[in-house]
Design a protein around this ligand. Structure first.
Ligand code: ARG
Length: 572
């Protein structure tokens, strides 16, 4: 099977370690920390030597006599206590670039496919989507795109909040509002506020609302129809946001909490039978020894309340069974706020104990931090309320429009609009994706919309810059050989060869920022190359070779941005 660059070097170093008597020793190949260490370093010798009580330097000498990198490396050296520094041959880098250009997948190997369930977005349908849902939606969508591109079967699951007592209140209010001729569901926030106000102020309405909860859970046809109608409207709101964001979540991907309703008693009964769930103060509770509280007692994981109601945890247990039993997942990713970390640890531990999930299936909580405002506090509107996603996206486009208009005053308005859409939405998405997801991050319009630095506009601009080169070329030989002589050409080719490994890192670490950093490095190396190596002013074979590097850079940027869900432009 085809390998990425790191996989190839890794397998060659492992073979050499093997031949030197260290069978099974890991090669530990990674990009070199500094240019004087070559392009890649293999650091496995030290570990192998230590385990075998050998002199690392002597082992390294042996390993490189066995190391077959003919046609791949131009230089292999031992450094320090036993690092192996590898410098790739320019001819080899040129051949990788040539192969990538001839391949629709840009040379990215298609790996043996897994079935990966990605649980993302998951808004609460009682309210409108707000900034809290942005990160899950964007990170989840980028992961879905990258994993699909790598060859996996991705099954998106939108675990929406569509069940619970709030919906009794909302359906009760829906009837009232309709009777009064007032169905202002265009603004769900407002609808929720008015329903809540009625609930708090009118005892009779509150009773009806509670009665509706019971009816809803009992399957009453009329209340169910109203509830469905409400959900439909709420989902339309979400879909408008998805569309604007360029997120490919569809109706079929919605598997909300209510979907698991019938299975909840079955789950609890099963846990009881297995001796995992026990009664505690009238509730059904699982005590997991793995999670102790401050007093050293096992923490309670409640699966059924005193009043017989079920919880978020119970639906998640049922959902895991569905994802294994029906969707046949090999790996499940939960792209959910890091503050739910304990819930997921408990869920995973219990699911394994109960036999819902075997060791073969990987369960991962892809947690993320909070979006903060300039003041370092959770991002809010000036008046202190949560920011609706539609408003945020609207502002992004408006700000981008002002910027684009400033730069291109003479451009037609329609064109400026198209550009500002791609730039505005791209900037918001990229700002999120480019940060290490585990940490909180400060949302800053100025930084994300800057044309300099690790931003979407910078990458979009780099792409249009290359496209403008091609608009100036009349004819050239697209089949010309690539030759790398200048240092900047070689560095660019090396960066291009790293694309596959960047995508693998995204999948392995469930971290889209690896792809962002990669694209940023690529654009930076391209700009350096473009300054150091004349393209349009060069001639013949040299010009063709450089144009091919330009072409592969453009295609890699385009594919990479597409995998992040960010649109590119031909001009801007
Ligand atoms: N609706 C939940 C929330 O807003 C997110 C759902 C995440 N997915 C899950 N399987 N629990 O917090």
């Amino acid at each position: 099977m085809k390998q990425t660059l790191i996989e190839l070097l890794d397998s060659r170093v492992r073979a050499a370690l093997d031949a030197a008597g260290c069978a099974g020793a890991p090669a530990v190949v990674a990009p070199a920390g500094r240019p004087e260490f070559g392009d890649y370093q293999a650091n496995g010798v030290m570990g192998a030597a230590k385990a075998r009580k050998m002199n690392p330097r002597a082992l390294a000498e042996q390993v490189i006599t066995h190391l077959d990198l003919a046609g791949i490396a131009s230089k292999v050296e031992i450094a320090g206590p036993g690092f192996i520094n590898i410098t790739l041959a320019p001819e080899y880098l040129a051949s990788l670039a040539t192969d990538a250009l001839a391949d629709a997948r840009l040379g990215v190997p298609q790996i043996a496919a897994q079935r990966v369930v990605i649980d993302y977005s998951g808004p609460n349908l009682a309210k409108e989507m707000h900034v809290g849902h942005l990160r899950s939606t964007i990170i989840g969508d980028a992961l879905a795109r990258v994993l699909r591109f790598l060859g996996h079967t991705v099954i998106a699951q939108n675990h929406v909040g569509d069940w619970g007592t709030q919906f009794g209140m909302l359906t009760a209010y829906l009837i009232e509002a309709e009777q009064g001729g007032d169905v202002a569901l265009s603004d769900l926030e407002d609808f929720y506020r008015r329903a809540k106000q009625r609930f708090d102020e009118d005892a009779a309405f509150a009773d009806t609302a509670r009665e509706y909860v019971v009816k809803l859970q009992g399957g009453d046809a009329q209340v169910n129809a109203l509830w469905r109608k409400f959900l439909d409207i709420s989902l339309h709101h979400c879909e408008a946001v998805y569309e604007r964001l360029g997120v490919a979540l569809r109706r079929e991907d919605v598997r909300g909490e209510s979907f698991y309703n019938d299975d909840l008693p079955v789950v609890v009964a099963d846990l009881q039978e297995k001796g995992l769930a026990v009664e505690s103060d009238g509730a059904q509770v699982v005590f997991l020894d793995e999670f102790k509280n401050k007093e050293g007692e096992a923490q309670a994981y409640i699966v059924r309340k005193q009043d017989g109601g079920y919880l978020y945890a119970t639906s998640d247990l049922a959902a895991i069974r569905y994802r294994i039993g029906t969707l046949h997942a090999d790996r499940i990713l939960y792209v959910v706020d890091a503050r739910q970390a304990l819930h997921f640890q408990q869920l995973f531990t219990l699911s394994r104990k109960a036999g819902f999930v075997s060791e073969a299936t990987k369960l991962e909580h892809v947690g993320f931090g909070v979006m903060l405002g300039d003041d370092g506090k959770p991002f809010k509107t000036r008046s202190g309320t949560t920011v609706k996603l539609v408003d945020l996206l609207q502002e992004a486009e408006e700000r981008a429009f002002a910027l684009v208009s400033e730069k291109n005053a003479e451009m037609a308005e329609a064109e400026r609009k198209t550009i500002s859409q791609a730039v505005g939405i791209g900037a918001v998405k990229y700002a999120d994706l480019s940060k290490n997801r585990s940490s909180d991050y400060v949302f800053s319009w100025d930084t994300m919309l800057s044309f300099e630095g690790n931003t979407a506009p910078y990458l979009q601009y780099a792409y249009t810059r290359i496209q403008s080169v091609f608009r100036k070329v009349d004819s050239w030989n697209e089949a010309a050989p690539i030759t790398l002589t200048e240092a900047a050409e070689r560095t660019l080719a090396l960066e291009l060869a790293r694309f596959s490994d960047a995508l693998n890192a995204v999948s392995r670490e469930t971290a889209p920022h690896f792809l962002c950093s990669y694209l940023y490095d690529l654009a930076t190396q391209f700009m350096r190359f473009y300054e150091a190596c004349p393209v349009l002013k060069s001639e013949g074979a040299l010009r063709d070779s450089r144009l091919r590097l330009c072409q592969l850079t453009a295609r890699t940027l385009k594919t990479g941005l597409d995998l992040l869900g960010i649109n590119i432009l031909e001009v801007m």
